[in-house]
Design a binder for this molecule. Structure first.
Ligand SMILES: Nc1nc2c(ncn2[C@@H]2O[C@H](COP(=O)(O)OP(=O)(O)OP(=O)(O)O)[C@@H](O)[C@H]2O)c(=O)[nH]1
Ligand SMILES: [Mg+2]
Length: 306
């Protein structure tokens, strides 16, 4: 059988469910998810190989107005994710679209659509979170509005949460695969090294447990990551990481009363890490302040965010 493949970028404003959608399609969690905007910080590949066809998804950070160097790097990752792909999937949220006036696109979506046009890129529109939509007839207005601004190859309403509609998206995307050798091994699901995935699992727990501006100013620096056998011959993965935050007050919040928050984060991360590797894990966490690291390219580089 002749091999086929397609590169597919997933773009959209923060928090619309891009990473959730990719995870659902892959049937495995490769990108972290939280209810805070700007969860994804770099391009993350997710690979789906079925018989002769390999679809390579590129999950990108939510496109937003930059406020610091890290934001600028994140927006650049969106642009980079749009080069050399067969098709883009523009994800929007069903519910928030009603707030917009007739025939006017919200700024983030308008800018992304301009970018699609500039690059002459084909695109599929995904209207996510339809499980939250009380009246499905509202979809018609959203579709009319978006298709008046761009000639989408297809429009697919779906729910990344329930999986409703994701099969329709896959059959649309399969049409873009073209004869080419596979770029990844058939068992690969992501391009992220294990070390990066572990650091991300820890960051996800911070995003989910902390409020307001604290989690956005956090980076996780994985200092030790080894697998070894314990005295009784059982394999165990040892993880030691430093959580970098921007202020002393944030450090206090992350550690919590008598260390309770840090303990909780470590416990939640340990569970995910154990599930991922299928063996026991030991997680040790520290917290360090590095003021304004999100504006310091050197530190952004150190944390692998460029
Ligand atoms: N109800 C509902 N919630 C969803 C759906 N898809 C995603 N979510 C939720 O929306 C929030 C954001 O999901 P993410 O997948 O992190 O969104 P994202 O677009 O990757 O966000 P950024 O990485 O910040 O750009 C999370 O709380 C998800 O659980 C859906 O279909 N229905
Ligand atoms: Mg994301």
């Amino acid at each position: 059988m002749e091999q086929k493949s397609a590169f597919i970028t997933i773009i959209g404003r923060p928090n619309v469910g891009k990473s959730s959608l990719m995870n659902k399609i892959l049937g495995q969690k490769v990108a972290i998810v939280s209810n805070k905007p700007q969860t994804t910080r770099t391009r993350i590949m997710g690979i789906l190989t079925k018989d002769e066809t390999q679809l390579v998804f590129i999950d990108t950070p939510g496109f937003h107005k930059p406020r610091n160097e890290l934001d600028r790097n994140m927006n650049k990752a969106v642009g980079d994710g749009m080069s050399d792909v067969e098709v883009a999937v523009l994800v929007i949220e069903a519910v928030t679209q009603f707030k917009t006036e007739d025939n006017v696109l919200p700024p983030a979506e308008a800018e992304l659509i301009n970018e699609l046009k500039r690059r002459k890129l084909k695109a599929v529109l995904v209207i996510n979170k339809i499980d939250l939509l009380p009246q499905k007839d509202k979809l018609f207005d959203i579709i009319t509005n978006y298709t008046s601004h761009f000639d989408f190859e297809a429009v697919v309403p779906l729910s990344a949460k329930t999986g409703d509609g994701t099969e329709n998206l896959l059959s649309e995307l399969n049409k873009f695969s073209k004869p080419s050798p596979h770029y990844f091994d058939k068992d690969d699901v992501t391009d992220q090294p294990e070390k990066v995935m572990v650091a991300e699992m820890i960051r996800e727990k911070l995003l989910r447990s902390l409020d307001k501006e604290v989690p956005h100013g956090i980076a996780v620096d994985l200092e030790r990551f080894v697998e070894r056998d314990t005295a009784n011959g059982e394999p165990i993965v040892e993880v030691e990481a430093t959580i970098i935050c921007e202020r002393d007050s944030h450090k206090g919040i992350i550690i919590g009363k008598n260390g309770s928050m840090l303990k909780k984060i470590g416990m939640l991360a340990r569970k995910d890490i154990e599930k991922f590797f299928g063996i026991k894990a030991n997680v040790k966490l520290w917290v360090k302040v590095k003021e304004d690291w999100r504006n310091r390219q050197g530190l952004i580089h150190t944390f692998g965010l460029d």
